[in-house]
Design a protein. Structure first.
Length: 201
């Protein structure tokens, strides 16, 4: 039986789309990651837009690996805001400290700054974030992207049409270099990042 009037509020939500993210950090070089939409596998990746490979700003290179891993997650979320809005994200990670921090929304040390931005981002974009621990060998592509080894990327992703889009390697002047993101960058996701000389400490 249905009510004659309805206030528009649903108590039972429709199942959310699941978007899967893999991220990784290289101590010496940078950060990398990729996104898979529902039903996709590595062989389904056909555009560099599903990959990212970039440097960490110089002021962050000496920071703890956990902090840089958190930046990789934030960069992935900001890169694929449109893909992940109002979705359930399964984040595949091999760093237990980062996984625990994302679950508790708290971490000691330098990682707290990017963690706060992650929390704000998922709240503004109605994202349900789930972390899945995986051994390092199961996220080989993210590891290779963080090391900028594009030749190996081409082997793992043979169906990528490189000439139809930009290459996976980005310069330091990307979203990671503009943190903290402007509010419109976080909520909109599609606008080009503005240059900002300050990044979280």
């Amino acid at each position: 039986m249905f009510l004659p009037q309805w206030n528009g509020i649903r108590l039972l939500h429709h199942p959310q789309r699941i978007v899967q993210l893999w991220t990784d950090t290289s101590r010496q070089k940078g950060i990398g990651g990729y996104v898979l939409r529902p039903g996709e596998t590595l062989s389904s990746i056909h555009t560099p837009a599903q990959l990212f490979s970039t440097t960490v700003p110089q002021r962050h290179t000496a920071k703890h690996i956990n902090c840089k891993e958190m930046y990789a997650v934030l960069h992935a979320l900001c890169t694929w805001t449109t893909e992940s809005r109002a979705c359930r994200i399964k984040l595949h990670c091999d760093n237990e400290a980062v996984m625990a921090a994302l679950a508790k929304r708290s971490i000691k040390g330098q990682g707290i700054s990017p963690l706060r931005h992650i929390s704000l981002h998922i709240a503004l974009n109605d994202i349900e974030l789930h972390c899945v621990w995986i051994p390092t060998k199961e996220k080989a592509l993210a590891d290779i992207l963080s090391r900028w080894d594009i030749e190996k990327v081409a082997i793992l992703c043979p169906n990528v049409h490189w000439k139809q889009s930009q290459t996976t390697h980005q310069t330091p002047d990307t979203r990671i270099a503009t943190y903290p993101p402007k509010p419109h960058d976080i909520s909109g996701g599609d606008s080009a990042p503005r240059r900002d000389t300050h990044t979280p400490d």
